[in-house]
Design a protein around this ligand. Structure first.
Ligand code: ZN
Length: 127
């Protein structure tokens, strides 16, 4: 019998929210104290979320990294709409042409730098 492990794992994770299994994917808002940006990543610990930020942006100082929880995005692909539903929107960085008038980035500029299983297998992923 052929079993698609990727799919099976993902369904197991989604089905066991709040459980103690290792692969629970928590959403984190990762930033660096000396930088203006922040980004969203899935990881099962804040340390791993910070590491993802370090790698993604070629930074070197782990102590600068900050990670805040965004529980509404746990186990969900990171998309503009999902993030917004979870209560998170990127700022427009002060460039009004990138924003919606409220200081929020327009959906068309939203990018997902997380490359976890959930985000990679999402049909909503726009990249
Ligand atoms: Zn992800």
């Amino acid at each position: 019998m052929a079993i698609d492990n990727t799919c099976g794992n993902r369904l197991a994770m989604v089905g066991k929210r709040g459980g103690e299994q290792e692969e629970e994917m928590k959403a984190w808002i990762v930033s660096a104290t000396s930088e203006e940006w922040c980004s969203l990543f899935h990881a099962n610990t804040s340390g791993k979320a910070k590491l993802r930020g370090l790698e993604e942006y070629n930074l070197s100082d782990f102590t600068e990294m900050r990670a805040r929880r965004l529980p509404g995005l746990d186990d969900k692909p990171i998309t503009y709409q999902n993030a917004k539903d979870a209560g998170f929107q990127y700022g427009d960085g002060g460039y009004s042409e990138d924003g919606d008038g409220d200081g929020h980035l327009l959906p068309s500029f939203f990018s997902n730098d997380c490359r976890c299983e959930i985000c990679d297998t999402s049909p909503n992923k726009e990249k």
